[in-house]
Structure formats: structure tokens, C-alpha cells
Design a protein. Structure first.
Length: 207
């Protein structure tokens, strides 16, 4: 469960999906033998009608996936941009520092994909998203090499049952504070600039 003040909640599916696709490197969390287990992996969000499925793969040597048959429920956490927020940007002195960020939590049930064709489909889906120019090279490497590589991974699909979008972007501040924060993000580094883009997208701090 995620702590979710109402003003930071973004329930719009399109916005959630855009964040998941913009920041696809996720932390996968599940419980095995009574303890949390974590894996970091890029995931691809695929819409199938009204259903949402996350595709990915892990190394076969990673023991995490072996626990999924007994405990298929898990959460994938997508980490967006984040940045420090100084109380100097607020209109009142009685204020404290905080941190703004974007995170999307997708809860669902996972199933492993261990056949060659299924793993090939997942690999090509990820290649097409992240390095389309490599697709032809992969296809030309030959079946023997491809099968050797695929034997080293396990594919999986997560059937998403619930999504929480937490976009903490100073929505709880007065309009002038939001505008000041947006200006500070515009003057910051790469991470802050991305936060500024999302603030504008959600109409936070803009006139």
C-alpha cells in the first residue's frame, strides 16, 4: 500500500501509462518465504483492450522468479523524476524543505514465460521500444545464438489489477508557491527540468 494524500493522486490511465513508458525501469517487489524480494528490470506496458499487461524478463539465475508460482502477486514500481524543494521558494517563512517526485505503482499477478517463442516475443517488444535500429541485427544473429541467449532468461507477464499514480508536484501549496516551484525547476538541472515538464502537463504552477 502506498501513502496517497488526495491532492497527489493521479488516477487518469493515460497519464499513468505515459509515466510508465517514459520511465520504464521498474522495481519489482513480491513476498517470498515471508520476506520482501526485489528485482530491477525494464518493463513494457501493453494495452490489450481494457486490460493492461507489463512485459519483461529476468536472468534465469535470479531466484526471484522461482517464487512467483507460489506467490504470483507483486507490485512494479516505476520511478519518475524527483527533486529537492526549498522553503525559500514559498511565500511564507514558516515552511520546511520537502522533495517532489513521480512514482507509479502497478499491482497485479505474474506468470512466467519459459518457451522460446514467448521469450522471443517479449525480447522483440522491448527491442522495438528501446532500440528499434537493433531489431534487424538481432534477427540476423542466427537461431543458434538467439536460442543460447534466450536460455539465459525467463520472460514474464504481469496482469495489472490496480494502478496508483503518485505525482507529488506541490499541488498542496498556494498558487504563487506552485509558480515559484515551477520557476525553480525550470532553472535547475536535468531532473528538475523533467519535473517542470510534468508540472506543466498537469497544469501545476502555470497561469
Amino acid at each position: 500500500m502506498i501513502y496517497m494524500p488526495t491532492h497527489f493522486s493521479v488516477a487518469d490511465r493515460a497519464t499513468q501509462l505515459d509515466a510508465m513508458r517514459a520511465f520504464p525501469f521498474a522495481t519489482i517487489v513480491s513476498i517470498a518465504d515471508g520476506a520482501p524480494v526485489f528485482t530491477h528490470a525494464p518493463l513494457m506496458a501493453e494495452e490489450r483492450g481494457k486490460d493492461l499487461v507489463l512485459l519483461g524478463h529476468v536472468a534465469i539465475a535470479n531466484p526471484h522468479w522461482r517464487s512467483w508460482q507460489a506467490s504470483p502477486s507483486l507490485t512494479a514500481i516505476f520511478h519518475g523524476p524527483n527533486g529537492y524543494i526549498s522553503p525559500r521558494w514559498y511565500t511564507v517563512r514558516e515552511a520546511v524543505p520537502t522533495w517532489n517526485y513521480i512514482a507509479v505503482h502497478a499491482q497485479g499477478r505474474v506468470r512466467t514465460i519459459e518457451d522460446s517463442a514467448g521469450k522471443e516475443r517479449i525480447l522483440k517488444a522491448l527491442i522495438d521500444v528501446h532500440d528499434a535500429a537493433y531489431r534487424a541485427q538481432w534477427d540476423e544473429l542466427g537461431a543458434e545464438f538467439g536460442e543460447k541467449m534466450k536460455r539465459g532468461i525467463v520472460g514474464f507477464e504481469i496482469a495489472v489489477e490496480h494502478v496508483d499514480g503518485k505525482f507529488k508536484l506541490s499541488q498542496n501549496r498556494v498558487p504563487q508557491d506552485r509558480a515559484n516551484v515551477l520557476g525553480a525547476m525550470d532553472a535547475g538541472g536535468a531532473g528538475e527540468l523533467v519535473l517542470a515538464e510534468w508540472m506543466r502537463r498537469l497544469g501545476i504552477g502555470v497561469a
